[in-house]
Ligand binder design. Sequence first.
Ligand SMILES: NC(=O)c1ccc[n+]([C@@H]2O[C@H](COP(=O)([O-])OP(=O)(O)OC[C@H]3O[C@@H](n4cnc5c(N)ncnc54)[C@H](OP(=O)(O)O)[C@@H]3O)[C@@H](O)[C@H]2O)c1
Length: 234
Amino acid sequence: MLVTGATGTLGRDLVATLRERGHEVRGLSRSAPGHVHGDLLTGAGIAEAVDGVDVIIHAATDGRRDEAATDNLLKVVRDDQHLIYVSIVGVDRVPLPYYRSKYRIEQRVRERGGSILRATQFHNLVRGMARALTAAPIGLYPAFDIQPVDTRDVARRLAEIAEGGRVELEDFGGPAVRSARELFQLYLTSAGRRRPLLPVRLPGKIFGGYRSGGHLAPDRALGTITFEDFLAAR
Ligand SMILES: NC(=O)c1ccc[n+]([C@@H]2O[C@H](COP(=O)([O-])OP(=O)(O)OC[C@H]3O[C@@H](n4cnc5c(N)ncnc54)[C@H](OP(=O)(O)O)[C@@H]3O)[C@@H](O)[C@H]2O)c1
């Protein structure tokens, strides 16, 4: 199996999970030691990386250049190879430019018979948001809910899809939908810090998309590792 984005937040857990399950795994990186080297944007090394694998799990991202990068990958993937693309819950509902580009990538992957797994926000991202927005003496939190998911849970589901065959499109959410305020408070407690927290509400369709829960999958709360578990362990 080939994992693109093998050095990333999800990719590291994914490579470890696949190896634990007995798979022979190649991780793609532009330069990290111990991985197959290739650059999805230039296409260098990609044909060689893909050659001979049965499954390709595409978990690399470079922001809005992902469409060009994925097109280079699609050029070298054969029809008998199973391509699994990692996307985000709500890419079709929250009008963020990054989400729109992921939605277009999804269409191209589906046209080629690939699988799509859409995950909710990773714990790591939520902790990063909490850290940044509570750095000042008065902390801020976005006035919406989040359903954070652990990359170890996402990695397990990706491994099952890799082993079991194609799924057209599937959402994978964290164990619970919670307010950002509650999650930020948990982060502060774990960091041993106290801050007054004020809500932030922004005008516009993007914030409105989050506020109306476009990024949530309450009916697909399949993750088992909570934000508290994550904060305690990582
Ligand atoms: N973060 C979230 O909350 C979240 C939620 C749901 C879904 N997702 C999706 O999950 C996937 C993984 O996200 P992540 O947060 O784990 O990513 P990440 O930590 O930002 O890692 C990005 C990875 O992409 C690789 N990469 C970037 N540009 C590349 C290029 N030109 N050629 C080859 N590799 C390249 C990097 O590898 P090197 O630097 O080693 O080359 C790195 O391993 C993404 O598709 C993301 O949209 C993220």
